[in-house]
Design a protein around this ligand. Structure first.
Ligand SMILES: [Zn+2]
Length: 274
């Protein structure tokens, strides 16, 4: 024990040691990597059609053959598609297994005519976030009430994407409350099933609108933040993988890989906390 001249024990500065005495061979390059089992990707689709849906942003339309390919890739990988109740349970438990949550925004008619039969044929399930006023009002171009019932009967889930698809954070709070709470009540009333999941239109939300979503009785909510991994803290602004045309083969595998997570975790840290 080293002592100084007065006989006091001198503190020995701690020395960093690798657990096994020598650094691992790739020490300089090693980066923390999540294991595959930690992935709980949510896929975000809008429209599945042969050509871009008129009046919409073209990159939001995925060709049907690419959608088929993606569903087949999920099956080949052994991925089981879950809906919001199972996703919520696994999120809480931190046990994701090999699951994926497939989601569709806006409830356009192609969701019923093109996506639904393909999902059923491939043995997958999905959640459709519909705009209550458009679907329940049977507005042309959107899945009508009878179509929503068809989706439910096929094992799919209906979530709420508000009454009219506004930018919630820009609305007076009382109006935002109506968009969030009334859409849930109206859909539950029309469909006679619980509406558990909410999707923020345009990915536009703030702390106050997230509180309204929680108060309205939803269990979770999805955002447009990109990532293929979610933690418990993300429950009200769940991150998703946006599926655009051309995301097949290695591009689709990449979207479900730890590399995609690392890239977007880095980007999101700058974007959402900077
Ligand atoms: Zn939308």
């Amino acid at each position: 024990m080293p002592r100084n001249r007065k006989g006091i024990v001198a503190p020995v500065p701690p020395r960093f040691r690798f657990p096994h005495g020598v650094p691992p061979p790739n020490f300089a390059l090693s980066i923390p990597r999540p294991t595959h089992s930690a992935m709980n990707p949510i896929l975000m689709y809008h429209y599945v059609a042969h050509s871009p849906v008129p009046g919409t942003h073209p990159p939001l339309t995925v060709p049907p053959h690419e959608f088929d390919e993606q569903l087949a890739a999920l099956s080949a990988h052994g991925s089981v598609s879950v809906l919001s109740d199972e996703y919520s349970r696994r999120l809480q438990a931190g046990d994701h297994g090999n699951t994926v949550w497939i989601t569709f925004d806006d409830g356009r008619i192609d969701n019923l005519d093109v996506a639904l039969p393909r999902l059923v044929a491939a043995g997958h399930r999905a959640t459709f976030f519909v705009i209550a006023e458009k679907s329940l009002g049977n507005e042309p171009g959107f899945v009508p009430l009878s179509g929503l019932r068809e989706m439910l009967a096929a094992g799919m889930e209906i979530g709420s994407h508000t009454m009219t698809h506004p930018r919630l954070a820009r609305l007076p709070l009382e109006q935002a409350r109506r968009e969030i709470a009334d859409s849930r009540a109206r859909l539950e009333d029309a469909l006679q099933v619980p509406v558990r999941a909410f999707c923020h239109p345009f990915g536009n939300w703030n702390a106050a609108t997230v509180d309204l979503v929680r108060e309205a009785g939803y269990e979770l909510a999805t955002s447009t933040i990109r990532d293929n991994r979610n933690a418990r803290a993300d429950r009200w602004t769940l991150r998703r993988v946006m599926i655009q045309p051309g995301r097949t083969g290695w591009r689709f595998r990449y979207a479900l890989s730890p590399a995609y997570h690392l890239l977007h975790a880095f980007k999101n840290r700058r974007r959402w906390t900077g």
